[in-house]
Design a protein around this ligand. Structure first.
Ligand code: ATP
Ligand code: MG
Ligand code: MG
Length: 533
């Protein structure tokens, strides 16, 4: 096999699957339908898709539905939708549950070969025995006894539910993954979302994954390398059951700082009302980052650029957002918005009555067309800008011309209440230090009331350790909003459209009709500030 390349461009990377033949490769993306897709899953999906296409092979989407207590149809539907959004369509879709009969038949075969035993050791004790390399008291039960106990499990009787089934691999192999893993469990508490109450026992991931990979003709199983210890048990099952060999190819897990990439933990945030749902802009889900203005193209570029590395990467969010900014900056139209708080009303002397004029939506991209803006003697500036002006300072009103600060009126609290500016429209804008955003009052068009939303990380610790309880690190306030008013053209923007508010940043219209009828924009991080507050 060729060496793995570390990075490459969006076109893909120079990595090869061992033993891969053009036209023969079959990969699979096996999400458990227990939540929405997050960026970690995106990595697995994009890599599997990449290799399937690279070798003119096939990609299977398999719902790994062996734990009915966590799985739902809602999640399956969302996963399919999100994959489509990513431009990933499997050549076939299946479910691990499609193979429940066959898995059952094969586990009986294991028992009859003497390769499995039923165990009723309590969980804690089983864990301790496994750590210390001690055999379970049930390990040497006869095949008949095991068959009887497994039959009770399969029937879901009170007695059966005390037991689980374990593969008889090893008591004390230095690789703890080989110490008799559990392969079947009872579950009668929740009906399965597809098979209902037909089954009272379900295979575990450890057993189902290799078996179903082999049954479905997967040639290359891609997994994250924290499963590497389990590769020998994967091979053990295939060998004992005389199933086709599957090549395992592993890659480093993708993590982000200040972020939980685990459906179970994300579900907790949803259930406890810390977020508005699985598409919350603070969530690392495909829907969350989309809602926050991440483009699909950027996700692909990012994953393929960092993809095949073996290290578990703990990515800074800045790096993925900086890539996004490079993609959107040239193509999103530009508008103006001013923070409403203490906005300053100014009179500009030496200019004619209010008039409209067409200006480009983007100074460097004529394809984006033009917008009509108002120029006139009454304009508004933001307080921070107005407060920074010296007496008689010459400033530049962006896209209009220069003006000289002639008179300041202060409010009782010392803030600027009003300004008088004298137009010097032909003045040299290169000679001024301040290029100011402004909005002129129009006799016919109204400003658009907007809310600008920004978000912080949901957790306060950069990297949670194994022993940390994530519930102890919830950011007290992670949602921020500012009221602003925007140029009348902002009324034309559609939901989901990204723009730039000049001198503020990039925003995406989240709701055309938000709270109090205001248009709600979410700030698109640009990879510069860690997070704005
Ligand atoms: P979660 O804890 O979020 O449920 P999981 O690994 O249990 O993660 P699955 O639905 O089983 O979730 O994952 C589907 C595929 O996505 C698997 O192949 C898994 O290896 C991969 N995957 C999940 N999380 C990551 C990650 N952070 N980085 C890379 N691949 C991931
Ligand atoms: Mg899983
Ligand atoms: Mg999981």
């Amino acid at each position: 096999a060729k060496a793995r390349a570390n990075t490459s461009k969006s076109s893909g990377f120079d990595v090869f699957l061992p033993g891969a033949q053009k036209g023969q490769v079959v990969t699979r993306f096996p999400p458990e339908p227990s939540g929405y897709l997050h960026l970690g899953h995106t990595k697995a999906a994009i890599l599997n898709n990449y290799f399937a296409r690279q070798y003119d092979g096939k990609l299977l989407i398999r719902f790994d539905d062996t734990n009915p207590s966590k799985e739902k149809v809602e999640f399956e539907d969302s996963i399919i939708e999100d994959l489509e959004l990513l431009g990933i369509k499997g050549d076939a879709t299946s479910h691990t549950s499609d193979h429940f009969d066959e898995l059952y038949r094969l586990v009986i075969q294991l028992i009859k070969q003497g390769d499995a035993y039923a165990d009723d050791t309590l969980q804690e004790e089983m864990r301790a025995q496994r750590m210390d390399g001690i055999a379970s008291a049930r390990r040497e039960a006869s095949i008949e006894e095991t068959m009887e106990r497994f039959a009770a499990m399969a029937a879901g009787t009170d007695e059966g539910r005390r037991w689980c089934l374990r593969a008889k691999m090893s008591v004390d192999n230095p690789n703890k993954a080989m110490r008799d893993p559990v392969i079947y469990r009872c579950n009668i508490d929740t009906p399965h979302h597809r098979t209902g109450t037909t089954w009272k026992v379900y295979p575990t991931y450890d057993f189902a994954c290799p078996v179903v990979d082999a049954l479905e003709g997967i040639t290359h199983a891609l997994r994250t390398n924290e499963y590497r210890d389990r590769n020998p048990q994967y091979a053990w099952f295939l060998e004992k059951l005389q199933l086709r060999k599957v090549e395992i190819w592993d890659f480093g897990r993708l993590n982000f700082v200040y972020t939980l990439l685990s459906k179970r933990k994300l579900q907790w945030f949803v259930d406890n009302g810390h977020v508005s749902g699985w598409d919350d802009p603070r969530f690392p889900t495909v829907r969350g980052v989309r809602r926050r203005g991440m483009t699909i193209e950027n996700m692909h570029q990012f994953i393929l650029a960092t993809g095949p590395s073996q290290q578990v990467i703990n990515m800074e969010w800045d790096s993925i957002w900086a890539g996004n900014k490079r993609l959107i900056d040239p193509v999103v139209p530009r508008y103006t918005a001013l923070d409403e708080a203490k906005v300053v009303k100014c009179t500009v002397t030496g200019v004619p009555e209010a008039r409209e004029a067409e200006v480009p939506r983007h100074k460097k991209n004529a394809d984006l067309g033009s917008k009509s803006i108002t120029f006139g003697p009454t304009i508004y500036l933001e307080q921070v800008d107005a407060a920074s002006f010296d007496d008689n300072e010459e400033i530049t009103l962006m896209d209009w011309g220069n003006a000289i600060v002639r008179k300041k009126t202060l409010a009782a609290d010392g803030s600027i209440e009003a300004l008088e500016l004298e137009a010097n429209l032909d003045g040299d804008f290169r000679a001024t230090k301040k290029k100011i955003t402004w909005l002129a009052e129009s006799p016919t068009r109204r400003f658009v009331e907007v809310t600008l939303l920004d978000f912080d990380y949901l957790i306060t610790k950069k990297k949670l350790e194994e022993e940390d309880k994530f519930e102890d690190y919830i950011t007290p306030q992670s949602r921020f909003e500012v009221a602003a008013f925007a140029d009348p053209n902002v009324a034309e923007i559609a939901e989901g459209e990204s723009i730039q508010f000049e001198r503020k940043g990039y925003y995406i219209l989240d709701k055309a009709q938000g709270a109090n009828g205001r248009r709600e924009f979410i700030r698109i991080p640009d990879g510069r500030a860690a997070t704005a507050k």
